[in-house]
Design a protein around this ligand. Structure first.
Ligand SMILES: *Cc1c(COP(=O)(O)O)cnc(C)c1O
Length: 393
């Protein structure tokens, strides 16, 4: 069980208002903030290089921390600046040629889809959409029908930006691997709320961000490249972090996932990211998953009972993302009216998950994403506030 009083004490803002946007950019806990402040101070005192040298062991240990969190080896972890940076880095390294096929789900995220379309256009590959099943989840059965040896990559969004559905990743991976396709898992909305195990999910590449459910600083991300996938990747760029310039006309790439890193990064933010992962491990990812899922279910149930309010989450298994619409009130207005009462939610727009939103004839949905530091009373207050908005409308 999560010690609610303790996590709330670490999150002063969670007491001042109702914060329901951990799917957007969460509240960092005090230890994460302290880590960053201390390092920024130290950089100002002795310079960034010496300050980093003092923490060399902690930076190095960070790879093991994420290996533990994500169920992989430390050598398979690389740090980046965002989930998108991780995704693009991994994707650009997957060999793709004319006639090759890339399969995506209906909840594919815009910032994955755009680079995918750009590259497919450039090399003459195709991007095809795997239909969802009747529950609204990526259909492994439909995928199986579509697979052949031209499929080089299957891109799976674990938890989409705009709804509560959780993909059945393992079934998808098993099918994809039968034809030799790589599986790239966008775990951006999963890390920090779901207990992730890369091994069990059997995926080849995993991308994630820091600032969302993980509660890490902005400008941080992580990439996992499994060893078996690494052999098949061709990184399009490397700098002196990922490679060594060995002779005037030669270089040698690193043989671990750090080949995908560039030298420069925000050191304080990176330390904050590592601290956030440790914080999560201390709480227990399974406990966190349970707490988040229970809060989302509670909120969903409350909203579902309100006349004129429609909960929009699909899927059999649901995550911490709760989406809904209110008859007669645009999503942005719901967000703003709730904000005026100290309740923070966000809005998902059609272009961020274009295929899914278009299929469901939705332009916008209100998105509420309660983390473990939100109390049941705060969720009930949110339901009451939405009910009042609806009545006033
Ligand atoms: C937010 C989000 C991303 C992008 O994360 P960044 O850190 O902003 O690059 C990718 N995929 C999904 C599903 C997201 O919700």
């Amino acid at each position: 069980m999560i010690d609610l009083a303790a996590v709330r004490a670490d999150t002063p803002a969670a007491q001042r208002g109702v914060f329901l946007d951990s799917a957007g950019s969460s509240l960092a806990p005090e230890p994460v903030l302290a880590e960053q402040f201390a390092h920024l101070r130290r950089e100002a005192e002795i310079g960034g290089y010496q300050a980093a040298d003092e923490r060399a062991g902690d930076f190095e240990a960070g790879y093991q921390v994420f290996a533990e969190l994500l169920g992989c080896r430390a050598e398979e972890v690389a740090f980046t600046e965002s989930a998108t940076r991780s995704w693009v880095t991994a994707f650009q390294a997957v060999p793709l040629g004319k006639g090759d096929r890339v399969l995506v789900g209906e909840v594919e995220y815009a910032s994955n889809a755009i680079p995918l379309l750009m590259r497919a256009e450039a090399v003459g590959a195709s991007v095809e959409v795997v239909p969802s099943d009747e529950q609204g989840s990526f259909s492994a059965a439909a995928l199986e029908e579509m697979l052949d040896e031209r499929v080089k990559l299957v891109s799976v969004v674990h938890v989409p930006t705009n709804g509560g559905v959780v993909a059945e990743v393992r079934r998808i991976s098993e099918a994809a691997h039968r034809v030799g396709a790589l599986v790239l898992l966008d775990a951006c909305q999963a890390i920090g709320q779901l207990d992730l195990d890369t091994d069990a999910l059997d995926v080849d590449l995993v991308t994630a961000t820091g600032r969302k459910w993980l509660r890490a600083p902005r400008g941080t991300g992580v990439l996992v490249v499994r060893d078996r996938a690494a052999e098949r990747l061709r990184p399009p760029v490397a700098d002196l972090r990922g490679a060594e310039w060995t002779a005037p006309h030669s270089y040698r790439l690193r043989d671990d996932a750090r080949v995908h890193e560039l030298w420069e990064h925000g050191a304080a933010a990176r330390l904050g990211l590592i601290r956030a992962a440790r914080y999560l491990l201390e709480l227990g990812p399974a406990e966190v998953e349970q707490a988040v899922t229970a809060r989302a279910a509670h909120l969903r149930a409350g909203l579902a009972e309100l006349p004129g309010v429609t909960v929009r989450d699909l899927g059999g298994r649901k995550s911490g993302i709760v989406t809904f619409t209110v008859d007669g009130l645009p999503a942005a207005q719901v967000r703003d009216l709730l904000a005026a009462q100290g309740i923070t939610v966000s809005v998902s727009h059609r272009p961020s998950a274009l295929l899914d939103m278009t299929n469901r004839s939705l332009d916008t949905v209100v998105r509420a994403s309660p983390h473990y530091f939100v109390t049941e009373e705060q969720l009930d207050a949110t339901v009451a506030a939405v009910a009042a908005l609806r009545r006033a409308a």
